[in-house]
Design a protein around this ligand. Structure first.
Ligand SMILES: [Zn+2]
Length: 316
């Protein structure tokens, strides 16, 4: 008899669902559009239908033992309550865990998506050897999740780990959160591309100077050309890495956690970002806290959400 969990990742555009084994294998996977401007019952019904389909496909000796859901925004563990998630405008305050449990009959755990991704890396990904680590997801925004002694550290009210909103410049550009100079306004995907465009006149010989006149650059262009020794791309990533290092130095000082797992699309640049970030931490952190600092790449890629959600059922 095998046990399975359903992992659900409620993203801005799609809801991804997977049937996952205890060892982190994905047996079935599906996705439906996120209908975030409609009442939450619509999403609950989508989840119910997918779970029903997974269940019907199982042999009689196998069973689903629960559902894990990752959602954007702050989650109160009481009833898996989600409050005003960004991108899900029709939701307000929703006891999502209770609703899904009622609709499906399965125990349901709900957690913030960045926390879920971090937990997933700890159970199934590159954090399996790490008791405690901080995960940073570099994408459109900058997400953070803190794992201490193999448990998500949620803070007193569930909002811990908002690393993207560490301000590194008090009079800096205004962030979507309303604060100024958050790390996210410097190293969020679109800001990296803006910075690259602003440098084009200074690097007329870079192949990106031509491409950047024809269309808007993407971070993956920078990754491709950094690997071909393009100095513009390398310069942009050095700045991203250094600024990431500035933020992580503060995280290190507060938590004394020395392992950082870096994921998200922008992290595809690898050592072009990791190396300057690590160098910055190791030359700027309190001397006593520098040893053992390491940055490692995340392992689960786009499946971090569904695998982390399933991991909460098995190990949460
Ligand atoms: Zn902010």
């Amino acid at each position: 008899m095998s046990k399975y969990a359903v992992g659900v990742d409620v993203g801005g555009t799609t809801v991804k669902l997977a049937l996952v084994s205890e060892s982190g294998e994905i047996f079935k996977q599906t996705s439906v559009p996120t209908l975030g401007d409609q009442p939450p019952e619509v999403t609950v019904n989508q989840i119910r239908d997918a779970v029903e389909e997974f269940k019907n496909g199982l042999s009689p000796k196998d069973s689903i033992i629960g559902i894990g859901i990752g959602v954007p925004g702050v989650v109160d563990l009481d009833g898996g309550t989600v409050s005003y998630p960004p991108n899900l405008k029709g939701w307000g305050v929703v006891r999502l865990g209770d609703h899904v449990k009622k609709a499906t009959g399965f125990e349901t755990k709900v957690e913030n998506d960045a926390n879920v991704a971090a937990f997933g890396e700890g159970i199934f990904g590159s954090g399996t050897e790490q008791e405690s680590f901080v995960m940073i997801t570099l994408g459109t925004g900058v997400g953070g999740g803190i794992v201490i002694n193999r448990k998500i550290y949620r803070g007193v009210f569930g909002g811990a780990g908002e690393i993207g909103h560490i301000s590194i410049q008090q009079d800096g550009p205004i962030c979507a959160c309303g604060n100024q100079g958050c790390i996210e306004v410097f190293i969020g995907q679109q800001h990296i591309v803006d910075f690259a465009h602003s440098l084009l006149p200074m690097f007329p010989d870079s192949p990106l100077a031509r491409i950047g006149q024809e269309r808007r650059l993407e971070v993956k262009d920078l990754s491709i050309y950094a690997n071909k020794n393009d100095q513009l791309s390398i310069h942009v990533f050095e700045r991203v890495g250094k600024l990431l290092g500035v933020a992580l130095t503060s995280v290190l000082h507060i938590l004394d956690i020395r392992t950082f797992i870096i994921g998200g699309g922008v992290a595809g640049a690898g050592d072009f970002i990791f190396k300057p970030a690590e160098d910055h931490i190791k030359s700027h952190a309190l001397t006593s806290m520098r040893p053992s600092v390491k940055l490692i790449p995340a392992d689960l890629g786009n499946n971090a959400g569904i695998l982390g959600a399933a991991a909460m059922v098995f190990k949460g």
